[in-house]
Design a protein around this ligand. Structure first.
Ligand SMILES: [Zn+2]
Length: 155
């Protein structure tokens, strides 16, 4: 509600700058919407194509954000599992929840990303007796011990 109002205001102020400019095909809907807002006579329920572009941008940002959260949780879960920490399962369950949100909101994306997810997850998995240069816990251990972790060699 408030969110979409803000979005419209932002678009409206952006389009008002273009009113005197050349009307390229892609810009025309913005002018239409600006006109609607200034007259307040026409419902905004049928939205012009720039609104759809805004929606697509928002959806893209939402997906990027979900993927980012998923990767942070996956990373945390693998690190904690690798070091045999009790809460590894809790973090993993949160990871699964985010994955199911991705699957619900963006059907097909999780399936498509799964092989990459698996590769990334497996590349971080390690035995607690060796230090992995990408693992945050190992990095903390190494820092405290004042040592540097050699490059990772996959088993
Ligand atoms: Zn580690």
């Amino acid at each position: 509600m408030g969110d979409s109002n803000t979005r419209q205001q932002v678009s409206a102020s952006a389009s008002s700058l273009r009113v005197t400019g050349p009307q390229r095909a892609g810009r025309a809907p913005r002018l239409t919407r600006s006109h609607r807002m200034s007259t307040n006579k026409i419902s905004t329920s049928s939205r012009p194509s720039t609104a759809r572009a805004d929606d697509l941008r928002l959806r893209r940002a939402r997906l990027d954000s979900l993927l980012d959260v998923r990767w942070r949780l996956a990373r945390l879960a693998i690190e904690r599992r690798s070091h045999n920490l009790d809460d590894a399962v809790d973090v993993f369950l949160e990871q699964l929840q985010v994955e199911s949100t991705i699957d619900r909101e963006f059907p097909g994306v999780a399936d498509q990303k799964f092989p990459d997810w698996l590769d990334a997850d497996l590349s971080l998995e390690h035995d607690a007796s060796v230090l992995h240069p990408e693992c945050g816990i190992c990095q903390a251990i190494a820092r405290r011990a004042g040592i540097s972790i050699p490059p990772w060699q996959a088993a």
